[in-house]
Design a protein around this ligand. Structure first.
Ligand code: NAD
Ligand code: UDP
Length: 333
């Protein structure tokens, strides 16, 4: 359905939901939930870090459509609402082609906001805790302005996402667009790419293949890990909330843990006895990260329900099956 002309609106006909980045880790779970909820879903993805395999089970579904598209180029489709998730999320992936990462965040936001403006569609932005940079406060609330290095190796992602937030709020103030900006904290679960370098996938794959678990730095830096189903629930609730709630809203697990604690837990759950291997800490790696989720609790009645050990167990089962099916070098395609 590609057309540059003004759409013909038929009252009462729903035109569906666009999910950019829908073949990625989070996007594919979101597509699942939207299809299960009875919606028409258009999944647009350039398969840069996502995989068609993540949505292969949806391809035959009559209410699901996959479109190979790069969001740095304009998109002319007719939908009722948009979830903008397109962007590589793992540091290894987003630093691989940093210029493209910034373009995806910024040009992608401009293109999707332009589409939303033309259609009068509500639009959701998957922003990130990275907008807080390397925070100097224990818990990060939405009014914390952040401590981001604008010229470091993480800046393409952090500043790209910050600029995307700026664009969302300017389109809201200037054009009255209905926006929903969520700041997602670290999320894990089935369909993470086994080779994307994120800590949860690294530790589990290493443990299952008998390799040492790689800890960067002293391993005392913290993150807060949210199970994917909880995260998707939060995103759906925010999208469905009253128009006055624009965000930003933090979505994440307020249970903080160090990377050393995570490594110990993954070893326990997989039963591996392999050693830990300490590696240099990457530049600008945040020392701590923990969401203040009071806004989400109060405005959305949302909080994560899955304890870390329970979510890790499900993720371990996923990677175990993936590795058995594809061998140790599995890329999950
Ligand atoms: P992912 O890499 O699995 O998914 C991103 C998807 O976007 C992939 O399918 C990729 O192919 C697609 N994509 C990338 N560039 C594109 C482009 N130019 N045009 C079209 N598609 C493109 O990552 P994810 O973990 O699923 O993250 C999804 C979104 O959530 C991202 O915007 C990310 O910044 C945000 N987020 C994720 C986390 C997390 O922990 N997973 C945390 C904070 C924010
Ligand atoms: N990390 C680690 N070992 C790994 C991969 C990552 O110790 O094999 C650390 C990394 O340095 C960071 C934390 O785990 O402190 C989370 O890294 P990830 O890439 O998952 O996400 P982000 O840094 O974007 O939060």
């Amino acid at each position: 359905m590609v057309s540059e002309s003004e759409p013909v609106r038929v009252p009462g006909i729903t035109r569906g939901i666009l999910v950019t980045g829908g073949a990625g880790f989070l996007g594919s779970h979101l597509c699942d939930r939207l299809i299960a909820g009875g919606h028409e879903v258009l999944c647009a993805d350039n398969l840069h870090t996502g995989r068609k395999g993540n949505v292969a089970h949806l391809l035959p579904h009559p209410r699901f459509e996959f479109l190979r598209h790069d969001v740095t180029f304009p998109l002319y489709v007719e939908v009722d609402s948009i979830y903008n998730l397109a962007c590589p999320a793992s540091p290894v992936h987003y630093q691989h082609d940093p210029v493209q990462t910034t373009k995806t965040s910024v040009h992608g936001a401009i293109n999707m906001l332009g589409l939303a403006k033309r259609l009068g569609a509500r639009i959701f932005q998957a922003s990130t805790s990275e907008v807080y940079g390397d925070p100097d406060c224990k818990r990060q609330a939405e009014d914390y302005l952040g401590r981001v290095n604008p010229i470091g190796p993480r800046a393409c992602y952090d500043e790209g996402k910050r600029c995307a937030e700026t664009l969302f709020f300017d389109y809201h103030r200037q054009h009255g667009l209905e926006i929903k900006v969520a700041r997602l904290f670290n999320t894990y679960g089935p369909r993470m790419h086994p080779a994307d370098g994120r800590v949860v996938s690294n530790f589990i794959v290493q443990a299952l293949t008998g390799q040492p678990l790689t800890l960067y730095g002293d391993g005392l830096q913290t993150r807060s890990f949210c199970y994917v189903d909880d995260m998707i629930e939060g995103c759906l609730l925010l999208m469905a909330s009253d128009a006055a709630l624009t965000g930003p809203v933090n979505l994440g697990n307020p249970q903080e843990c160090s990377m050393l604690e995570l490594a110990v837990l993954v070893r326990e759950l997989t039963g591996t006895k392999g050693p830990l291997s300490f590696k240099p800490l990457p530049t600008d790696d945040p020392r701590q990260r923990c969401p203040d989720i009071r806004v989400a609790r109060e405005q959305l009645d949302w909080a994560p329900a899955t304890p870390l050990a329970a979510g890790l167990e499900k993720t371990i089962v996923y990677f175990d099956q993936l590795l058995s099916a594809h061998g140790e070098g599995a890329d999950g395609d």
